[in-house]
Ligand binder design. Sequence first.
Ligand code: ADP
Ligand code: MG
Length: 358
Amino acid sequence: MADSFGLSIRKMLNVTMNLGASDLGIDLGTANTLVCVPGKGVVLMEPSVVAVRANSNPPIVPLNGRAVGYEAKKMIERTPESIKAIRPLKDGVIADFQITEIMLRYFIRKVQKRSWGVRPRMVVSVPSGITAVEEKAVRNSAVNAGARRVHTVAEPKAGAIGAGIRISEPIGVMVIDIGGGTSEVAVLSLGEVVTLESLPIAGDEMDEAIISYVREMYGLEIGHRTAEAVKISIASAYPLEEEVSYEIRGKDIAAGLPRRLQISSAEIREAIHDPVYKIIDAAKSCLDRTPPELASDLLDTGITLLGGGAMIPGLRELISEETGLTVQVAEDPIKAVARGTAILLEKLDEYEDVLEAD
Ligand code: ADP
Ligand code: MG
């Protein structure tokens, strides 16, 4: 009797606790948006893409249910003229507030099926280049999407925390986050970004470079999704022990007909040489602007690579060779920023001064 009573109380408590929606850490990236729940890990990772009708009135109407994320990304370069697939954060600044809000709402709803109960707290990471107005717009969007309290955090801070680096110490650490639209190089100490280089050169630019290379060398026109697939499959920054090849399909520019082509990893390495070296140059100029005491700390702490671009084989070795520092790739680097936002949620008090609140 006493036991079953105890059980019912426990059940009731459980139900009550479940009423409170879980807090959400969100990485609002130029290429991908991730949602991470403390204790559960990353629960959503989808492209930051929204498909909208181009000429309807009102002009912006997401296509029901299939408008955002993966489904929308599939539509890029395959849509009729009446539909546009938009990446609202493409260059690391928010090009379109309304579309960013539609996207954020959609992803939050997707992971937060229950719309009643206690409203969640959210930590949203934003590109460092964002203006105060844009930051306010992100907060408003999160509130409109159901947040009780919203904090924003600069991407390199969240990324460093997610990579397991203790950023609150008076010791210099350096992260390089290579995303889709932007790369951010930052030296952090005492929870603050001390030196920052943010540049609009990252994964997208490598895709563009592959498109140009294939056009110039082979007279073959390929789309962005094909270029990205080639990059993810065979790109490298340093000679591979065994070079590999990949079949590309595109359109022959002269004949106007579809054509296949075998391309080698060595050629793709040559194709992405410029964007890769622009990121390395940014890292060097960030080091150059770093105060000497912090710069010397980096001899111990090294550089940590984050973001999807960190997965390019050989990048670690190349950056290490070019800077003379030890370089490590964060575990599951594409999720590091999202993990950081969830860690910040768990330790809101401890990290109060790292975060921006409304
Ligand atoms: P953002 O934070 O800007 O949204 P992400 O950190 O999600 O960007 O990284 C997205 C970029 O990483 C894209 O350009 C994508 O093509 C690239 N990427 C993803 N996986 C790989 C991989 N295995 N190798 C190389 N690049 C990758
Ligand atoms: Mg990112």
